[in-house]
Structures are given as C-alpha cells and as structure tokens.
Design a protein around this ligand. Structure first.
Ligand SMILES: [Zn+2]
Length: 226
C-alpha cells in the first residue's frame, strides 16, 4: 500500500501559462465507422494546421489505436518541437465501472494496456512524456494503484471544453474562457467527427487567451510552474 499514481488537475496558479491538451480517442466501434465509410475522419487536421501556423504549443493524449490508424498524423505531431505526446490508453476502454457507456477493462489488465500504449507511441520520438489521461477522466483508487508501477502522472485537467459531440462552437469558447486561469489544463479533442466544433472554436479560444494575458505552453512547463 501507499503507492498510487499521482493525479493533477492543473499547474501552479502563478505566471501566465496554460496547457492546451487534445485527446485522440479511438475505439473498435470508431474503427468500424471508418472502415464502413460512415465516418470520414477522427483526426482533425485543421487543428494541427492552426496550431502549427500560429506556433502554439500543445499536448496530445493519444490512444494506441488512434496512433496505429493515423501514423502519418502521429509523425506530424511528434515531429513538432512545440508539441508533447502523452498516453490515453490503447483502445479507450473504461478503467472503472460506470464510465459513460465505455466497455470496462478488468483491473488486472490496466497496467498492461497503458504500457502497451507507451510502446506504440514511443517509436515516434519527439517530446514523449509519462503523462496519462483516463478515458472519461474516470478513475478510482484501484486504477491509480494499478498504474503506480508505470511511473505515470495522471492528468485530469481543470477546464473542460465540452467539445465531444458539440453542435456549436460558441459554447466551447465560453466554457474555456470563463474558467481558464494561470496554470490551467484545458481539455479538448482532436477527434474531428466526434468533436466537430473544436477547430472552429480554437481561433476564438486563442484570441481570448491573448486578451487575458495567458500563453499556451507544453503541459510539462505548465505543471512545473513559473
Ligand atoms: Zn478520451
């Protein structure tokens, strides 16, 4: 007892930096949607275009299955010196009971799932981290105990954009700008079909951060403070 993966919501409330984080979910159901043509893309390249053009730092929480489906996009992310990469499980299964409607992984398979995801991501290089985010942010003591041997830091975040399945961009902008503060960790998604308004909201979010004197920075720098 006594060892448990640490959980953070945000960095120190000093300075002016904030972390923009983008989750890259991928489930077997999503893969089936791509294969059948029901969905065109779960990789929002307009977000990458904008972040690259504006030279904005960001951190991407990647699932292993997303990386395997989008190796070129992963290369693009890992190749950007302003981007950090982190772990969002292999196939976006729930790590606890009652986590939205996600199928649940047994507790004794959690560590292997996260370790396998690191193995999938690691060859892409770039700014690799030991940050981990649970699907749906669902975690309990058993899940945190299970992940302790991996040396991960669990990152929840303190600003939820609410972008999954959003129908309009303005509420996302408001949700972020109403809650963001120095040290904040903003949760968004790069999953396009499942978060179709994020790229439309992002320019307004960036402009609002500038107005508030807040500057996006890689997650590691925001958590370190200063
Ligand atoms: Zn997710």
């Amino acid at each position: 007892m006594g060892t448990r993966a640490p959980v953070v919501d945000h960095g120190p409330r000093t300075g002016n930096r904030v972390a923009l984080t983008f989750d890259a979910d991928m489930t077997d159901g999503m893969l089936a949607n791509l294969r059948s043509g029901k969905v065109r893309s779960y990789a929002n390249l307009r977000i990458l275009d904008l972040l690259e053009r504006e030279q904005v730092p960001a951190t991407f929480f990647l699932t292993g299955k997303w990386v395997q489906r989008y190796p070129e996009v992963t290369r693009r992310i890992a190749g950007n010196p302003r981007f950090e990469v982190a772990n969002h499980t292999y196939g976006h299964a729930a790590f606890t009971a009652d986590c939205y409607d996600l199928p649940r992984l047994p507790v004794d398979e959690l560590a292997a799932d996260v370790a396998k995801t690191f193995e999938v991501i690691a060859p892409y290089g770039g700014r690799q981290t030991r940050y981990f985010r649970f699907p749906g942010l669902c975690h309990d003591a058993a899940a945190l105990d299970a992940l302790a041997p991996l040396g991960v830091t669990v990152v929840d975040g303190d600003v939820v954009s609410g972008d999954p399945f959003a129908k309009a961009w303005k509420p996302l902008v408001r949700a972020v700008l109403d809650h963001v503060r120095p040290g904040s960790v903003v949760i968004m998604h790069v999953t396009e079909a499942n978060a179709a308004m994020t790229d439309e909201a992002l320019p307004h979010i960036l402009a609002g951060l500038r107005t508030r004197g807040l500057t996006p920075a890689p997650l590691s720098e925001v958590l370190a403070g200063g």
